[in-house]
Ligand binder design. Structure first.
Ligand code: NAI
Ligand code: A1CAB
Length: 266
């Protein structure tokens, strides 16, 4: 893969492209970003000056582009893909839009070399989690490139398309839930008497360290939870409060609500 063009250079476009550049998947000067918002173009010029950032698709020579990434909001995929149709025939097109199916992408673009990805914002720091599925004309080589590109910015799994909504509900939207957890843990620390910056540092490190422990020990989270809770101790008091507040049920229903919304968007 030589040249990559990304349409939409907002939150997720920045996370993906900046992550890939940092991981040396592609040099910055082989990436073009098209964004209709001049403030976004200015962001790229300031933060990734080697990336070519332009305001219109007309400023891109489509013949020089090997792969396209569509990173606009879901409702803009249809008009953007239709604009792209004449210049991206036979080219690999990757969409990261929630809810937009491979069938829809194929219909808009008039070909089947399309990939649907659900990444997440931690790609920005090389700790993303992405799921992807592919249409019929995507080659094994294309899949390898997708795995290399997304693998450079985190964990990547290939799934069946019917699983993508669930991936969206869990890891796509998940960073928002975990940020709320971190924020509320820090609030608890402040309420219990800690200064805010110290509370935030301890909260983020506790979430990061616990996730690492789950991944590295391979132990069930229930076992790791039990190991913290001494009989008659402090933790079991807190667990009892969380159960009464419906933490588990709220998390389960949150993932399902996001997955359902992803289905609706399609
Ligand atoms: N933010 C997230 O955590 C995740 C977002 N996604 C998906 O990524 C896509 C983008 O989301 P965000 O980056 O959050 O949105 P965003 O609003 O931050 O970025 C979208 C960018 O597209 C630009 N844009 C709008 N119309 C355009 C056009 N016609 N041509 C070129 N650029 C255009 C906007 O100016 C904006 O900079 C969405 O489809 C979303 O479903 C997927 C996974 C996670
Ligand atoms: O909220 C959204 O629609 C996007 C998709 C997954 C995460 N953010």
């Amino acid at each position: 893969m030589r040249n990559l063009a990304m349409i939409g250079g907002g939150q997720m476009g920045r996370a993906l492209a900046s992550g890939m550049i940092a991981a040396k998947v592609l040099p910055a000067d082989q990436i073009t970003v098209v964004d209709t918002d001049p403030r976004s173009v200015a962001w790229w010029q300031e933060h990734q000056p080697q990336v070519r950032a332009v305001g219109s698709l007309e400023d891109v020579d489509g013949a020089q582009v090997d792969a396209w990434i569509l990173a606009v909001k879901p409702h803009l995929i249809a008009p953007v893909a239709e604009q792209l149709k004449p210049i991206a025939q036979g080219k690999l097109v990757v969409s990261i839009a929630a809810g937009v199916s491979l069938q829809q992408l194929g219909d808009y673009l008039g070909h089947e070399r399309v990939v649907r990805v659900m990444p997440n914002t931690p790609c920005l720091v090389g700790a993303g989690a992405s799921g992807f599925c592919v249409a019929s004309d995507v080659s094994a080589e294309d899949c390898q490139w997708i795995e290399k590109a997304l693998g450079a910015v985190g964990v990547v799994v290939q799934v069946q398309e019917f699983q993508i909504d669930a991936v969206t509900g869990l890891s796509g939207s998940g960073p928002a839930y975990i940020c709320m957890v971190i924020e509320s843990l820090a609030d608890g620390g402040v309420k219990a008497g800690l200064p805010r910056p110290l509370a935030m540092q301890l909260a983020a490190q506790t979430v990061m360290g616990t996730a690492k422990m789950v991944q590295e020990t391979g132990k069930h989270p229930g076992e790791l939870k039990d190991a913290v809770a001494s009989p008659g101790g402090t933790t079991i008091e807190a667990i009892s409060v969380l159960e009464a507040g419906g933490l588990r049920s709220a998390m389960i229903e949150a993932v399902v609500a996001s997955a359902n919304r992803s289905k609706q968007l399609g």
